[in-house]
Design a binder for this molecule. Structure first.
Ligand code: ADP
Ligand code: ZN
Length: 614
């Protein structure tokens, strides 16, 4: 059997070794045991049930909620020579009957099916006449109201199993994090002493970073320009943002395309193809993009706003670096994102109708997950560690490959500011009987003359204007740090600030309070810089050329990449051209650019070479 499994892996899928967890999960199912496989998206869950499906006699049903994915999977299986089909609402009644007929004639090994279908008389009567060896439940978290994407129809899977002549092996797969959801899956599906495998969630080639830019568009443009020759995805929270970001990037001369549910199917397909076939370097999209897409050379994923949960974030960011090479996952965060996400959660209709009670539980859970996501954006601890904690995996304290680990941080004493903040929160509550959010507390501390501050008489407090000398950006950072350090608690719905016991203790004992601040030298230590380093590039010269590019761009009032791309500068720093014809041999230097910038860059190279002669 061991040999067979490897033969199938090689023959049908072209791989020669298994990834973590796959082999154990396959073996268990082959031995007739139920399994629960928890793997990150992209971890290779499909093979875990496809290989047993091929090896077992009888047929395998795969329950999946994702219509578009089913089609892709079936196409891929057929292409590999495995007879497969799918049954969902995209087929006509006639087509469905044809599939039923083929099923009864034993023409398929694997059939993907939408959960609703399991409750229909037609399918049940067909299924009762089949020999079903395995029932694999994909995206199994859909069974739980505590999970993402709750689907009431998943709750009826075990009822369906009960109607079969013989109980098949039941296997469940998910990328979900919480223990509660995992328990729900086992219970609701009635898994029988399942083998539970939780595989590693860590993707070491991904570098994580959270940036809080003053202006997101500018920051994004700079990040994308730095990676001009690379392929990347930019995720936005709304269709409107997709449109405006895409327009902005195109306006800057970048090759961007877009994807969201508001476009026609044809346009979505065309745009997706442009991206996949590298006709377009940048995909700007909502979270509608990416399911079932396996483009391996995506070298960065930038989130223009914060997603709604760590699960979504990790799934989307995880589309970078699938080929194992270094890639960047950057999140552009502003406090405003929280409100957008809350709005989207409160106004989202799921794919199936929920009762009022179910809906309120689902919303409550979604807001909790959002809280964890905000924590990621605000933490000053290792970002990778934060994610792995969330998924319940042990990890070292620092990873050396995230924005919070490889930056050079220093401790700043903020005892005085923190004391003023604590006093302000306390006094405001005493004066007006309730708590205010960060924005108002900041106004009081900085002596703002807003009407509502004056109307509440807060200008009479002794802390009013006490931190007038602190800029609002700095004060905001201080407040965020006090939150993440556990001195302040935020009401997740109203945003009101409260003091924690820890803050009371610190005030009483006059403890020193500090905050980590990032040193300037740390920027930017991104994968873009690391992987572009060609073997012969002279790093000193490259830095000098970048400086010159920066000055030239500034003089003309254009972005730096419009002068020369990074790749061009790299090539230049390797070839070190000192004549016009040598300069023209650099990739990305055409006649036009030669005329405009050639001489200045040649001069700079000559200067550098003469200063650095051994
Ligand atoms: P998931 O369903 O967990 O999101 P997939 O099953 O779609 O992940 O697998 C992600 C990618 O990894 C696919 O391209 C798949 O072909 C590939 N893959 C899966 N198992 C292996 C393996 N053992 N070796 C190499 N590639 C694999
Ligand atoms: Zn780290």
């Amino acid at each position: 059997m061991t040999g067979e499994k490897y033969d199938v892996l090689k023959h049908f899928f072209g791989y020669s070794s298994f990834r973590g967890g796959q082999e154990e999960l396959i073996d268990a199912q082959m031995e007739g045991r139920d399994v629960l496989g928890v793997m990150p998206t992209g971890g290779g869950k499909s093979l875990c049930y496809q290989i047993p499906a091929i090896l077992m006699t009888g047929i395998t049903l795969v329950v999946s909620p994702l219509i578009s994915l089913m089609k892709d999977q079936v196409t891929a299986l057929k292409a590999a020579g495995i007879p497969a089909a799918y049954i969902n609402s995209s087929l006509s009644a006639g087509q469905i009957n044809k599939v039923y007929q083929n099923l009864l004639e034993g023409r398929y090994k694997i059939v993907y099916i939408a959960p609703e279908r399991l409750a229909t008389e037609g399918f049940i009567s067909v299924a009762q006449r089949l020999r079903i060896s395995l029932l694999a439940v994909d995206e199994a978290h859909c069974i739980s109201q505590w999970g993402q994407d709750f689907r009431p129809s998943y709750l009826r899977i075990s009822e369906f199993v009960g109607k079969l002549r013989r109980r098949p092996v039941v296997s469940a797969f998910t990328a979900t994090a919480t223990e509660r959801v995992r328990r729900d899956i086992e219970r609701s599906l009635g898994l029988d002493r399942p083998l539970r495998i939780v595989t590693g969630f860590d993707r070491q080639n991904l570098r994580f970073e959270v940036i809080k830019p003053k202006k997101k568009d500018e920051a994004l443009l700079a990040l994308v320009s730095e990676r001009a020759e690379k392929s990347g995805i930019i995720y936005c929270a709304t269709r409107r943002d997709v449109e405006s970001v895409c327009r902005m990037l195109r306006g800057a001369g970048l090759s961007a395309t877009r994807y969201h549910a508001g476009l026609t199917e044809e346009e979505r397909r065309n745009n997706q193809d442009d991206f996949i076939y590298d006709r377009c370097g940048i995909m700007v999209a909502t979270n509608a993009f990416g399911m079932g897409i396996d483009k391996s050379n995506v070298s960065y994923v930038i989130h223009y706003s914060m997603p709604q949960s760590i699960e979504s974030y990790y799934q989307e960011a995880g589309r970078a670096g699938r080929d194992g090479s270094d890639a960047d996952c950057i999140l552009l965060y502003s406090a405003r994102d929280i409100r957008t996400a809350q709005f989207l959660i409160e106004h989202s209709g799921g794919s199936e109708k929920l009762t009022e009670d179910e809906q309120s539980k689902v919303t409550e859970q979604a807001l909790k997950r959002l809280g964890e996501m905000v924590g990621y954006c605000e933490t000053d601890r290792c970002l990778r560690g934060y994610i792995l904690d969330y998924f319940g995996q042990k990890h070292p304290k620092t990873c050396g490959n995230c924005g919070n680990c490889d930056g050079s941080f220093s401790e700043k004493d903020i005892t005085g500011e923190a004391g003023a903040v604590f006093e302000c929160v306390r006094l405001v509550r005493e004066r007006i009987g309730y708590s205010l959010g960060s924005a108002k507390i900041m106004k009081v501390l900085r002596g703002g003359r807003d009407r509502d501050i004056l109307a509440l008489g807060l200008d009479g407090l002794p802390v009013y204007g006490k931190l007038r000398g602190v800029s609002s950006d700095t004060l905001r950072e201080i407040l965020e740090s006090l939150k993440t350090q556990g001195f302040l608690r935020v009401d997740p719905i109203h945003g009101a600030l409260f003091l924690t016991d820890r803050a009371e203790d610190a005030s009483r004992r006059h403890e020193k309070v500090t905050m980590r601040v990032r040193g300037k030298s740390a920027e930017p230590s991104s994968a873009a810089k690391r992987t572009q380093a060609g073997a012969e590039t002279d790093e000193g010269l490259y830095a000098a050329l970048r400086d010159l590019r920066y000055r030239a761009a500034k003089e003309e009032g254009i972005p730096a990449f419009m002068v020369f791309s990074n790749a061009t500068l790299r090539d230049m720093a390797a070839k070190k051209p000192t004549t016009e014809s040598e300069m023209l041999s650099v990739a990305g230097v055409g006649q036009n650019k030669m005329q405009r910038y050639g001489d200045r860059f040649v001069e700079e190279i000559k200067r550098y070479l003469s200063e650095n002669e051994d």
